[in-house]
Design a protein around this ligand. Sequence first.
Ligand code: CP
Ligand code: NVA
Length: 318
Amino acid sequence: MKSNEKKDLLAIDDFVEDLPDIIDWAIRYKNDTEIHDDFKPLDGLSIGSIYEKPSTRTRVSFEVGVHKLGGQSLTLLANDIQLGESESIADTAAVLSRFLDGITYRCFGHEDVAELARTATVPVINALSDLHHPCQSAADLMTITEFGQKDAGHIAWVGDGNNVLHDLVLAGVALGHDVKYATPEGMEPDSGVMARARRIADRTGASITGSNDPVEAVSDAGVVYTDIFVSMGEEHMSDKSAKFEGFQINEDLVAHADSDYLFMHCLPAHRGEEVSDAVIDSKNSIVFDQAENRMWAQMSLLTYMCNEEAWQAYHALQ
Ligand code: CP
Ligand code: NVA
């Protein structure tokens, strides 16, 4: 991408080349507390966040992260703005681009955030769509890196072939991690996304293995990851969760993982469904560090996308 083009983040592979740097920056900035009071790359900038679905982590981490970087954050709940039947995505994008310096958008269909990115003249961040959750994966790989799992066993996913898995695989293989996922039959990840991930893995030397067998995925894993079985927007699929029998992350399943495995979950968790209390509350669980890192990873993304000069200046500090 040329530096004078606006940067949009629809899926994490949009930034595949710079992802290691984005994650390094997030870890470095999180720990570099002495510069927090002076480094304000969003000073004078306003970031608006549109939500069509509920959110705890994404909403709070964007609001607080923008504030910490010196910017103004506006949360725009879809029911409170004209977007939808009253006003098209393109007209909304044109208007918001006159006020804002960046837009985040949590939507149902992925094509909606793609349309917003096409029609806005300011950077657009996908804050979760039915197909991708790139901010989650940036925080996930930041957390895996922080906990030193780079050379540990592979990343194992047990659960639905959903938005969180898509970006976890894309980001995981981009950083050289092997990924093994197990989903119930018929719940496999999107084949187009997996083809993109395989092309990245070919370059980095990582591997991707899919099956319908949770034990195969988890055996010797360094990271064990799951998500809710029925995602937002799928509530009408009442029989979906029945397909996940045998896919709960519990003590019997994690006994197959490396003894120092890390348990990860994007949250919110449905305890007793996709994960047992014993696992999510165990010493191996890093779910709350992972949640906190949503903010640091997004602060890195916002600086990278909205203030190239500050991004470069921070890198020049050694
Ligand atoms: N993981 C995540 O995106 O959480 P929220 O739905 O609370 O934002
Ligand atoms: N797959 C879940 C993730 C929630 C953060 C969903 O889309 O609802």
